[in-house]
Design a protein around this ligand. Structure first.
Ligand SMILES: Cc1cc2nc3c(=O)[nH]c(=O)nc-3n(C[C@H](O)[C@H](O)[C@H](O)COP(=O)(O)O)c2cc1C
Length: 346
């Protein structure tokens, strides 16, 4: 079972982005796009959020499967849902390489990928071919050179709605200059209004993904704007531009920091959003989650679902099943019948 620790030194000898591409290529070989229509069933972990029925609350965060190439294999590895993207309307190359750095001593990653992706048309074609019932969300963004970023999000909603179980409006990447300004109240209201207008009747639920680096009062503003514009859930959070104490030589690289050092910031941000929303809108906790204790803490702090990416780089793809087992144990130990009862009880 403990196969990943054996091959990790080989993977870590490769440059981080090459290792990522090799992993995607291997996953594609493994099981292509067809995945089992019946995911693992653990009734204590099944939960309904925004009208979607999740087999378990552990999701793969955006950025691993940017181009919707391997959501099937990832669902097969035990993730309760996979978020593909970020996909922008037009393909774009992203920032110059190197732009992805492992900080092994910190169990962290810094990335400044800059929304490299093949564009929404390519993602759409792949998602149209999907089989099975697993949940695939689609994270959408704006092209770097777009003259009208809000129009890019509206277009993303129109293009991807037919194939997405949910859509994530990502305004929190630090690697597209100015993007995070869409979190400011006026811009956010304009954006969410345009998204609401673009959403087709019976379209998928809309999630909003925010940064962990927000000022006081911002969670309140964002929650209000989200609820008033019919947003279905808020994902807290993206990578941080702050730099807590780090040991690795890559600590000074520009970009967004993820993994273990992000954990306290993301947990605090989640608590702030819970305090601001009082449970009126579902929250999805992400940032530095590496084991069942971390996931449980996030759920007790108010997350209905969780997501992870960086810990999988260090712990391997078995992480989703390990966390699911640990969560099921905790649900039972604490006397809950189902994970949903634990949300916000901490
Ligand atoms: C290499 C890399 C690429 C990412 N790309 C995206 C992206 O395209 N869109 C997005 O919303 N988040 C992206 N993220 C952020 C993750 O989805 C997640 O919010 C963040 O990494 C915190 O979770 P973690 O500590 O479990 O990695 C990326 C993260 C990493 C490490």
């Amino acid at each position: 079972m403990a196969f990943y620790p054996l091959i990790r030194p080989l993977i870590f000898r490769l440059d981080a982005e090459k290792a990522h591409r090799a992993t995607i290529a291997a996953l594609k070989l493994r099981s292509g796009a067809d995945f089992s229509p019946e995911p693992d069933r653990t009734p204590a972990l099944e939960t309904t959020v925004a009208g979607l029925h999740f087999p378990n609350p552990i999701g793969l965060a955006a950025g691993f499967d940017k181009d919707a190439e391997v959501f099937g294999p990832m669902l097969n590895l035990g993730f309760g849902f996979v978020e593909v993207g970020t996909l922008t309307p037009r393909p774009q190359a992203g920032n110059p390489k190197p732009r992805l750095f492992r900080l092994a001593d910190d169990q962290a990653v810094i990335n400044r990928m800059g929304f490299n992706n093949e564009g929404q048309a390519a993602g759409l074609r792949r998602l149209e071919r999907r089989l099975g019932k697993g949940i695939a969300g689609v994270n959408i963004g704006a092209n770097k050179d777009s003259a009208d970023r809000i129009a890019d999000y509206a277009q993303g909603v129109r293009t991807m709605s037919p194939v997405a179980d949910y859509l994530t409006i990502n305004i929190s990447s630090p690697n597209t200059p100015g993007l995070r300004q869409l979190q400011d109240e006026g811009a956010l209201r304009a954006l969410l209004g345009a998204v609401r207008d673009a959403r087709p009747e019976n379209g998928p639920p809309i999630f909003l993904k925010v940064a962990p680096d927000l000022g006081e009062g911002e969670p309140h503003q964002i929650v209000r704007a989200a609820i008033e514009n019919g947003v279905d859930a808020i994902i807290v959070a993206n990578t941080t531009v702050s730099r807590p104490q780090l040991k690795s030589s890559h600590a000074g690289e520009q970009g967004g920091l993820s993994g273990a050092p992000l954990k306290p910031l993301a947990l605090t941000a989640l608590r702030n959003f819970r305090a601001a929303s009082g449970g009126k809108i579902p929250l999805i906790g992400v940032g530095g989650i590496a084991n069942a204790d971390d996931a449980w803490e996030r759920i007790r702090a108010g997350a209905s679902l969780v997501q992870l990416y960086t810990a999988m780089v260090y712990e391997g793809p078995g992480i989703a099943r390990r966390i699911a087992e640990g969560l099921a144990e905790r649900v039972k130990r604490e006397g809950f019948a189902n994970i949903a009862e634990a949300v916000g009880t901490g």
